[in-house]
Design a protein around this ligand. Sequence first.
Ligand code: ADP
Ligand code: MG
Length: 277
Amino acid sequence: TDETVTLPPVPAEPSAAAPSRSATLDAREISAWFGDHKVLDRVSLTMPAQRVTALIGPSGCGKSTFLRILNRMHELISSASLAGEVLLDGEDIYDRGRRITHARREIGMVFQKPNPFPAMSIYDNVLAGLKMNGVKANRGERDDLVEECLSKAGLWREVQDRLRQPGGALSGGQQQRLCIARSLAVRPRVLLMDEPCSALDPTSTRRIEQTIGELSDEVTIVIVTHNMQQAARVSHSCAFFLAEQGAPGVIVEHGPTEEMFNRPQDRRTSDYVNGRF
Ligand code: ADP
Ligand code: MG
């Protein structure tokens, strides 16, 4: 069932006083299972407003699962279950009575493989999330929103003369920025990014990193990355996930990125960030 909501007010031009929709996301004692297979064990992490939090750790330790739990995508997997709480500025997104669509609108997701609708125009791709969320906007508002979101995603200058071309005609890096623009159109408070640059070349990667830096004022960002230089460049804080010998994933250590990289407390963190496993 579609909810109709009005667009929140457009933030003013960036300034010290610009209103930010960025909210703190607080995961408390999250455990997750696929059938009987426990993949996360009581993971707690605060992802502060107006900050970039990086999730690092080897493959299979539950980072993507954790990310999906943060915007209620996990429950769409039939074998999946979970325990714990996710608070968005203090409100549990899993509260009974809260709709899944609410969480999905407030907390956007960008995936490793850019997934614009390939046959849909660039313009309509940006607005696709609005339609899915039942958000109504008139023509003028739509035009403004497309420009605003493409600008924030660092893509406007490249595509402003060809908004009617299909999203699939763009390069991989441009497609990923289009996906970021699409996520921003519903004015999320948090943006989750699951290895958003793993499929991209170094130049496109830098563009996305620049965009992340510019966005972090107005939207809380949580990014999974296997690239330690990237984590060091873009994140304020970092959480190191690990699943040892068939045990479920846990956070071994988290803290300010600079400390995690230069003064890790745990030997396993130091081994990982220094590429020793
Ligand atoms: P990461 O993102 O850190 O590589 P994942 O969250 O993808 O880790 O996976 C964590 C564990 O959960 C792995 O053992 C993986 O095989 C399992 N897993 C992930 N998705 C599913 C699924 N849809 N069904 C069953 N098991 C899954
Ligand atoms: Mg993953």
